[in-house]
Design a binder for this molecule. Structure first.
Ligand SMILES: N[C@@H](CCC(=O)N[C@@H](CS)C(=O)NCC(=O)O)C(=O)O
Length: 199
């Protein structure tokens, strides 16, 4: 059975949500990063970053929340949470997955930490203004990121926006972003995996 290394007050709620959307059998292993359990040699052997979440499926270790979600979507392809490889929708899908993890989240945290004195041209996330213009363009006005069908793009991109609002990284979401986050929060699998105060 797959092992999911998790803590309820961490980014692992996103991978937990994904597992729940798929109803995927797994063993939940709580790693208490508040007490530093993530830095134990046993866990570092799983993820040398000492970060959660991590997913272990047989001999395969998957780390990085977006990668875990993408891996699960393909493993349970019959559930329809990822467009088929080779389709044009797959291109759009990758854009949501990679933008969230490699551009949007670093920008939110850098901005929250007050980092200003840097060269936005050579920094992957650019700046707040460009990121937020992109968020606005990529946020669906109705339904989901790729159209009528909810997909893993919504778990990763929508989940990142939800975190940003929840942690005050994004203080004034536009009406379109706020409505999308509200749709995300209404998903039964979201509600089953996130603290009630987030609902
Ligand atoms: N880029 C990683 C970030 C994971 C991450 O930062 N996890 C935090 C909890 S939300 C953690 O494990 N922190 C413990 C530490 O760094 O000591 C991902 O997307 O999975």
């Amino acid at each position: 059975m797959m092992k999911h290394y998790y803590h309820p007050m961490s980014r692992a709620v996103t991978t937990d949500w994904m597992l729940r959307e798929l109803d995927a059998p797994h063993e939940q292993i709580v790693v208490d990063f508040m007490t530093g359990e993530n830095n134990n040699p046993a866990y570092k052997a799983v993820n040398p970053m000492g970060k959660i979440p991590a997913l272990v499926d047989g001999d395969t270790v998957v780390t990085e929340a977006a990668a875990i979600c993408a891996y699960l979507a393909d493993k349970f392809a019959d559930r329809g949470l990822a467009p088929p490889p080779g389709s044009t929708a797959r291109g759009q899908y990758y854009r949501y997955l990679f933008f969230a993890g490699s551009t949007l989240e670093p920008m939110f945290t850098a901005n929250h930490l007050g980092l200003q004195d840097y060269d936005a041209r050579s920094t992957g996330w650019g700046d707040l203004e460009r990121c937020m213009a992109t968020v606005e363009a990529m946020t669906p006005g109705a339904d989901w990121a790729l159209g009528a069908q909810f997909t893993t793009a919504d778990v990763v991109f929508g989940g990142t926006l939800d975190f940003a609002v929840q942690f005050g990284w994004l203080k004034s979401p536009s009406p379109k972003v706020a409505a999308y986050v509200k749709r995300i929060k209404a998903r039964p699998a979201y509600r089953a995996t996130h603290p009630p105060e987030w609902h």
